[in-house]
Design a protein around this ligand. Structure first.
Ligand code: NAD
Length: 453
């Protein structure tokens, strides 16, 4: 581990990774390597938690290929030195903003989208001219192994390496001095990462989680609401950081909302033996989810299969804000539905909780959309849909407050792995005496004028 990191530091210092041509070559290589490993990665994800081929292609590979193509197309533009205006006191002179890579970067991934959540940040780091160590989650062990073999067979470890392991290995990595740490995972582990990074003043991006609300207003198109909600909640068996965690529905439409919800779930698109569904990643996670289901409050589902680590799509109603299920992020296929009478109460409730990673509002009322955007702080979200903001990489993706620090995707990813160096170049043929001793009233006046204060 130490050796790889030292080699990467030397490699970075040799400036090899900086030319845009090098970055593009490596991105093209990564694209072809992922393409040639698509089948084996898909099989590994299936072994890890039973996610079917279609969903794996949709939720893992499309994002990776798109991120590479976008970076290849735009990296010249993103990495260009930009001219900035020069202020009067620096006249004559020229000012520049120079994007520079940070250096040796560490990317720590989560297991729930094990390819996308490790490679998309790596693509941004490479596009920005860095070296990269990726540490995939040990919980998606088969995928981690394939990623490790795939990268080590095709990339020089001085430039791009995978280190496998769990808490012990990650702790060892964190003891090393990196120039950037990019972490995707839970809030408690995010705090550990931040603490470790602080020891070396290493900049971080923390892509965390939390309880993302979905608000259904009385004027919502219920049929579409339910269709989109059920897809977004139960794809990947609810193991999605931006999945709607709970629903706040207006009491006047609760019954019609619930009956449509039941119908949509019972249509069987997310049933036990269905390759549209997924297993819960581990026994521990499975037991935690089962313990959250209060049988007295089950409205749909509630059944589970211990041997195969499957929890049926479940809706619970009559939920109180003090119930256990409302404490932490659920991260599984259980959906609590709560009601509100007045939108002010719904807004106050969401604001009383840590800032969520995502917020969804279903309503046709433009003034309500603007009110929610104005009054509630959240990482990102949608009106009348769920999850799909993640795939618009013209938008930065990230959390705020408890749900994370920083963002990525598209140019935001490039920026999160770059430093923007500000430089002024001045000629030597002329020198104004104004700032030098001896001082005078006239100089003082000129300084005030020059600074405009
Ligand atoms: P996790 O925090 O348990 O693990 C994430 C990574 O940290 C793994 O690589 C793991 O090996 C490592 N790790 C775990 N414990 C550690 C410790 N004590 N010290 C050092 N490293 C440690 O998260 P997870 O279970 O893999 O993922 C689920 C969480 O991630 C959910 O909270 C979810 O919302 C969040 N998530 C966020 C995003 C996002 O983009 N914001 C995406 C996916 C998942």
């Amino acid at each position: 581990m130490k050796q790889i990191i030292n080699q990467q530091k030397q490699y970075f210092n040799s400036n090899v990774t900086k030319p845009v041509v090098f970055r593009i070559e490596q991105l093209k290589l990564l694209r072809s390597v992922v393409k040639s490993h698509e089948r084996v990665l898909t099989e590994a994800i299936y072994k890890d938690f039973g996610k079917g081929n279609f969903n794996t292609y949709l939720t893992e590979f499309t994002g990776v290929y798109h991120a590479i193509d976008k970076a290849i197309k735009n990296v010249r533009k993103w990495s260009k030195w930009k001219n900035a205006a020069t202020n009067m006191v620096n006249f004559p002179g020229r000012s520049y903003i120079i994007p520079e890579p940070l250096g040796a970067c560490l990317i720590i991934g989560a297991w729930n989208y094990p390819v996308n959540l490790t490679l998309v940040p790596a693509i941004a780091a490479i596009a920005a001219g860095n070296t990269v160590v990726v540490k995939p989650s040990e919980l998606a062990a088969h995928t981690s192994e394939v990623l490790s073999n795939m990268i080590s067979q095709h990339f020089d470890p001085s430039f791009f390496a995978v280190v496998e392991g769990g808490v012990k290995e990650t702790t060892e990595l964190l003891a090393e001095q990196f120039d950037k740490i990019f972490f995707t995972g839970s809030v408690p582990v995010g705090k550990t990462i931040y603490e470790a990074a602080a020891k070396n003043l290493t900049p971080v991006t923390l892509e965390l989680g939390g309880k993302s609300p979905l608000i259904v207003a009385p004027d919502a198109n219920l049929k579409t609401t339910v269709k989109r909600l059920v897809w977004g909640k139960f794809v990947n068996a609810g193991q999605t950081c931006i999945a709607p965690d709970y629903v706040l529905v207006h009491s006047s439409i609760e019954q019609s909302f619930l009956s449509l919800l039941k119908k949509e779930i019972e249509a069987g698109k997310y049933s036990f033996a269905n390759d549209n569904y997924a297993q819960i990643i581990s026994k521990k996670h499975f037991n935690r989810l089962v313990s959250l289901i209060d049988p007295a409050k089950v409205f749909v589902g509630g059944n589970h299969d211990h041997a195969n680590r499957i929890v049926a799509p479940t809706v619970v109603t009559n939920v109180s804000v003090d119930d256990k299920i409302m404490e932490d992020e659920i991260f599984g296929p259980i959906l609590p539905v709560l009601t509100y009478e007045n939108i002010d109460d719904a807004i106050s409730f969401v604001k009383s909780k840590p800032k969520p990673l995502a917020l969804y509002l279903f309503s046709e009322d433009g003034s309500l959309h603007r009110r929610i955007w104005n009054e509630i702080s959240f990482g990102g979200g949608m009106v009348n849909d769920v999850l799909m903001h993640f795939v618009n990489d013209n938008l930065p993706f990230g959390g705020v407050g408890n749900s994370g620090i920083g963002s990525y995707h598209g140019e935001a990813g490039f920026r999160s792995f770059s430093h923007f160096k500000s430089v002024i170049r001045r000629p030597t043929f002329i020198e104004f005496p104004i700032k030098y001793f001896p001082f005078s009233k006239l100089k003082s006046l000129l300084i005030r004028k020059a600074f405009g204060v």
